[in-house]
Design a protein around this ligand. Structure first.
Ligand code: SF4
Length: 207
């Protein structure tokens, strides 16, 4: 049972939180409340949210407020992203969201220990910081960002490690899409266990 007082006292650095449609992966197209936590030590050279890296640059918000803000929206799907959200223990946040009836999804590089109760784990390992093996069998979705050709080899390495039921996605890094999209399409046609993940929110011009 979560104690109200704990939710009032515990805080997390929130870079932004917004209600939109999930643009990527298996839950693409669904209305969702995104909670982007500040702080990341992975250091992807192509990161498109570098402002998230410094946790201290973002306000510490009580879990009670994060959850109350989420609950103001009609959808009951919360997506916790970052930054790298697993830099924090997310047990209390997810317990609080679940108590409000939310499905809880996370997007993580897997570089930190898994905490929290999750309905869906999108595991997106990065070359810049080795993921922890505990994520391999728990991930529901493996999402590899393709920045250059060597990422196909990287993708196959993790496809071998995850659960056989885990959905496998390739997604181009946004600024490289002209170059990489045709390669991804050809790759999936030749290796049909993979699916394409398109950042539909960017095409729709929504957050
Ligand atoms: S893990 Fe995500 S937030 Fe962190 S550097 Fe890589 S792309 Fe950016």
């Amino acid at each position: 049972m979560i104690i109200k007082e704990t939710l009032e006292k515990s805080t997390l650095p929130v870079m932004e939180a917004f209600y939109t449609l999930q643009g990527e992966g298996s839950h693409s197209g669904r209305a969702a409340y995104f909670i982007r936590l500040g702080g990341c030590d992975v250091g992807c050279v192509w990161c498109d949210v570098k402002d998230s890296w410094d946790a201290d640059a973002h306000p510490k918000v009580s879990l009670a407020k994060i959850i109350a803000d989420a609950a103001e929206n009609p959808a009951r799907l919360a997506v916790i992203t970052g930054g790298e959200p697993l830099m924090y223990n997310l047990d209390e946040l997810t317990a609080g969201l679940k108590a409000e009836g939310f499905e809880t999804n996370i997007e993580t590089s897997g570089a930190h220990p898994l905490t929290g109760q999750w309905d869906w784990i999108c595991f997106s390992p990065k070359k810049f910081k080795e993921p922890l093996p505990e994520l391999y069998k728990k991930a529901h979705e493996l999402k590899i960002i393709v920045f250059n050709k060597s990422d196909f080899k990287f993708a196959e390495k993790f496809a071998e490690l995850v659960n056989p039921e885990c959905k496998l996605y390739l997604q181009t890094e946004w600024d490289k899409q002209k170059e990489m999209l045709p390669l991804i399409i050809d790759y999936i046609k030749a290796n049909p266990k993979w699916r394409i993940s398109v950042q539909t929110h960017k095409h729709l011009n929504i957050p």
